[in-house]
Design a binder for this molecule. Sequence first.
Ligand SMILES: [Zn+2]
Length: 444
Amino acid sequence: MLQSQLFCKTKKETPREAISISHKYLVRADFIEQTISGVYRFLPLGFRVLKRVEGIIREEMQNLGAQELYLPALQDKSLWLETNRWETIDPPLFKLKDRHQKETALGSTHEEEITDIIRQRINSYQDLPVCLYQIQNKFRNEMRATGGLLRMREFLMKDLYSFHGNGKDLINFYQKVKKTYFKIFKRCNLKTLCVEASSGTIGGELSHEFMVLSDKGEDKILICNKCLWAANVEKTGEIKKCPKCKGVLERRNAIEVGHIFNLGTKYSEKMSANFRDKEGKTKPIIMGCYGIGLPRLVATIAEVHHDEKGIIWPKDVSPFNIHLIKIENSLKINKLTEKIYQDLQRAGVDELRLSSLFANARVVDELRLSSPFANARVIEVLYDDRKEKSAGEKFADADLIGIPIRIVISERTLKRDSVEIKERNKKETKLVKIARLSHFIRNW
Ligand SMILES: [Zn+2]
């Protein structure tokens, strides 16, 4: 993509309301923009990151064997009355009346909807287990929505629901989801801790949160310095000693990036979602639900990966793979940079495009293997071709936007038939011969 065509206006000023690093940089780099409290527009660069995170999550959900569906945000009041959550859920629902005075709500979660779908379709133990997920907007009527994308009132969320005939089957699946979650966060270059958590008004018997340690986190967790047992303070209260090994507990702030629940029969009993077991006995279906808020995940990545100049995106979630920058405007430089720009893009398979065409990760893998670039990396290039910007302005924008590799072409590098390469997370630069460039990039 040519940067002269990119819809992005970086800013020098920090937004006044920004209290977190991620908020400050995401606004300054023109990834996002707040409209009203807790509601954000995603501009093209921000939307690219969101889509890449979504791609990782979708791939891992497919690997787990979950099927994707889509449920509406606008939900019928009657379903919420069945579970008695119309008035009690916290934070409260955004409620609406249509022109016929019929009451609806914008969904903050979808247990009622999904249980309604299941009870109409599951009859026997032979129909179980089932796991379904969606990536869809949620609405939460938060008292306080600050911290940019860390706490929002409308946000994209992946919610997965599983349905089982017995508790053991649910526990097995719950453990599998835990592994999948660790993998998703690792692909986003985040170190997470899985902690025992309070289930709130989603409810159920047991829940775990995935936490990223950060001073900006709103959650307080306790970690045992001996056995590494960890829990949210909401769950345990202010205890001093580890309940597992009596070790000393350390108190830390953390950002919750995922939450998984063993719901047991909380919803199936209230909504009569039953099945017949092997002996023909009618029993309530056992449920689990598993959520990841996508914008918060994006913000957490920026919260962890940045320096004093801007964001440092991990490779797998960066809006582009390479930032190509030309410094002078001679005919020779223009021609050569254009050629390098074309060559770099051809050197890779465009994973983003493949993933969006084929929801199934296996299809993407097969295509990749059958392509002439079987071993090539995915390469999307942002080419700073802007004529009116100085070298200093281009570098400042590049650091702020945070693409992991920067390639610079100037008269100085050309004298040595080279380009200058700098990784965003390193201080030093290196010269690489132009003839070796594609090779260098593929092996990076
Ligand atoms: Zn311990």
